[in-house]
Design a protein around this ligand. Sequence first.
Ligand SMILES: Nc1ncnc2c1ncn2[C@@H]1O[C@H](COP(=O)(O)OP(=O)(O)OP(=O)(O)O)[C@@H](O)[C@H]1O
Ligand SMILES: [Mg+2]
Length: 307
Amino acid sequence: MKTIEASGLTKYYGSLLAVDNVSFSVKRGEVFGFLGPNGAGKTTTVRMLTGILRPSRGEVRVLGYDMLDEHEKILAREMMGIVPEMANPYVDLTAMGNLRLMGELYGMGKREIEKRALDLLKLFGLYERRKSKVRAFSKGMRQRLILAMALIGDPEVLFLDEPTSGLDVISARMIRDIIRDEHRKGRTIFLTTHNMAEANELCQRVAIIRRGKLVAIDTPEKLKTLGKGLSVEVSFEPMVFEGSAIDSALRVEHRGDKIRIYTDDPDATIRELVRYAEEKGLRIVSLKTLSPSLEDIFVELVGGKDD
Ligand SMILES: Nc1ncnc2c1ncn2[C@@H]1O[C@H](COP(=O)(O)OP(=O)(O)OP(=O)(O)O)[C@@H](O)[C@H]1O
Ligand SMILES: [Mg+2]
């Protein structure tokens, strides 16, 4: 049995087709990334998977339960943890108060809630602040609390809609560490994110959605093989670069303090660059060969002037 199964999932908002006949499945224990540009239909999909929004067409099963059946949906939701897009804890409650409230919603016993809440607070670095009102929490602390709230019921499957959006690198890294730990414990995780490095780092498989349609679904490494090949990135000091430095047929992109050169023969390109640096008396600050990143593939698949 697949943990999540979506088939022919479709959603119209009035005449707007937000999700168009999307089918996929997520295996047990997998971190599955759901990627797409703004407005592609990610949140709409998550809301249908979690039973918050009824599809216009199609079917969703989570842990074998039919999410379109009101009774089965209730059973499934007891085993789901959800971090909605832009979720917020209650700011007039303490961290502990929020966790208690969520535990009660899951129908957990008082003692079980206390124990689980304290464990999660410790795990997420919020224990010292457990009695503070959330109003005084930073965004990163709130997001960790939201994640703890989603985990209070020890769910089999976790749905995270952009859990690191708007966080600084340290806070985002803490959230990613938590996701990795939860994966290690065997939880299935459905993750939407705009951060391609994050998807690459965390996900066993990713799906890419564009204007409501699935355009790719595979492992990050296999998707990368669709890319435009290798490139060499170089930074000189001073940063002087003339077209004559390398084979004029190669595509060159200026990227911040670096130059990226797309080439089928990195060895030859590197030799040319080194020769050029010597000739001009430039110091090579960095020089490396790169394979296409998930972000490169993402841009190739969803980019385009018509967007
Ligand atoms: N409640 C709604 N009523 C009408 N249209 C909606 C509603 N929610 C979303 N839409 C539209 O559906 C499309 C998909 O939106 P959705 O929020 O699912 O995208 P998303 O991929 O999550 O985008 P983002 O990355 O910005 O969060 C968009 O065109 C959006 O304007
Ligand atoms: Mg969204």
